[in-house]
Design a protein around this ligand. Structure first.
Ligand code: SF4
Length: 356
């Protein structure tokens, strides 16, 4: 039951827009504060519909100058606000603010936890959390719908094309046909942008095919399955991290994990840029029982690679970071961290903290 604050529930008395004349009322007309009685009955009915759990929620601030008091109905039931906690305590999805009387639950649930934790995490979820915890909350807890983006349509088109082509290994003409069949025609801002991307895709594939025909990669098989778009579930502490590895090659130097990137290439990778591949390295070692020698981002736009391999220390740091982030999510630590990322954030138009 929401809005359990004074003057919201019960609401201030409002007269009916058209009052029924007394002469037309057959029943015995109730006396006293009829509106309040009606609201109390409504509260009772709402409370008694609960089958498993009953939550009351309230906030101190609904706009306006003064802090709101809890609803008189809660006060009548002998719930009271815990002042020590109320002001500086972080409010999550549900705040722990009120102590219950004997026979009632001891307090309102502070459980944003298990019920809001996903069954498994993904790199993109954790990356959103790292960029800005509030962005994560908008996207993955409140599930605020977002528009698609041309970069995603294009990226998916390229991934699907390369996967299909490398599975079938055909001619350049076949590659282009696969590309055209896999083209995702959505979320481009206008026809020109779509045409530009379409042409760019063909240029990328031309370069890709040149390299491919000179030196075709030997793609590893894992459990009888060709290692393209290979899914994994990695256990980190008590949690599961889900991911998909674009490609695993094997040559004379050993095993390489490859992640395709569309967009600007990087020559140097700082730790945060390495994180996605570090997670893949951990998954390759612990789930697929492989010993990768190299991790590479393959920048399709200019056909370049940025490669490295994670040290034991990198792996330990990465695992600790994953656990730390998940703990924060569990504890509803969703404070905004505005900055450069706001300009690319899907929620900048609804976010009070957006840096504009
Ligand atoms: S607009 Fe900025 S502060 Fe707001 S959620 Fe997005 S990244 Fe965070």
């Amino acid at each position: 039951m929401v809005n359990m604050v004074d003057r919201r529930f019960p609401t201030d008395q409002r007269k009916d827009p058209i009052e029924l004349p007394d002469a037309l009322i057959k029943d015995i007309k109730p006396t006293g504060d009829v509106h309040l009685q009606e609201e109390r009955r409504l509260c009772y009915v709402a409370m008694t519909r609960a089958k498993k759990e009953l939550y009351f929620t309230s906030a101190e601030d609904y706009g306006g100058q003064r802090k709101k008091k809890i609803s008189r109905f809660l006060a009548e039931m002998k719930y009271k606000v815990d002042d020590k906690k109320s002001s500086d305590e972080k409010t999550g999805i549900l705040a722990d603010k009120v102590k219950g009387p004997k026979g009632y639950p001891n307090r309102l649930k502070a459980k944003t936890q298990p019920q809001y934790l996903p069954e498994h995490f993904s790199y993109s979820q954790l990356a959103a959390f790292e960029k800005c915890p509030l962005q994560y909350k908008f996207g993955f807890i409140l599930k605020v719908p977002t528009r698609g983006k041309s970069v995603f349509s294009f990226g998916k088109t390229m991934h699907n094309t390369l996967e299909e082509f490398l599975k079938t290994k055909k001619t350049f003409e076949d590659l282009i046909e696969i590309y055209e069949n896999n083209w995702i025609d959505e979320w481009y801002e206008n026809q020109k942008q779509k045409d530009d991307y379409f042409k760019k895709g063909k240029d990328i594939l031309k370069e890709f095919y040149k390299q491919y025909s000179k030196n075709p990669p030997k793609i590893l098989k894992v459990n009888g399955q060709i290692a393209l778009e290979l899914p994994f579930n990695l256990k980190v502490g008590d949690y599961t991290l889900y991911g998909v590895i674009d490609r695993i090659d094997e040559d004379k130097d050993g095993i390489s994990i490859i992640d395709y990137k569309t967009g600007q290439s990087k020559e140097k990778l700082d730790f945060s840029a390495k994180e996605q591949l570090l997670i893949y390295q951990i998954a390759a070692q612990e789930v697929l029982h492989l010993k990768p020698k190299q991790l590479s981002y393959y920048y399709l736009d200019d056909n370049t690679f940025a490669s490295f391999i994670g040290t034991e220390q990198d792996i330990a740091v990465q695992k600790a970071k994953i656990l730390e982030d998940i703990e924060k999510i569990k504890n509803s630590e969703f404070d905004a961290t505005p900055g450069w990322q706001c300009q690319y954030c899907d929620f900048k138009d609804i976010c009070d903290h957006a840096e504009r």
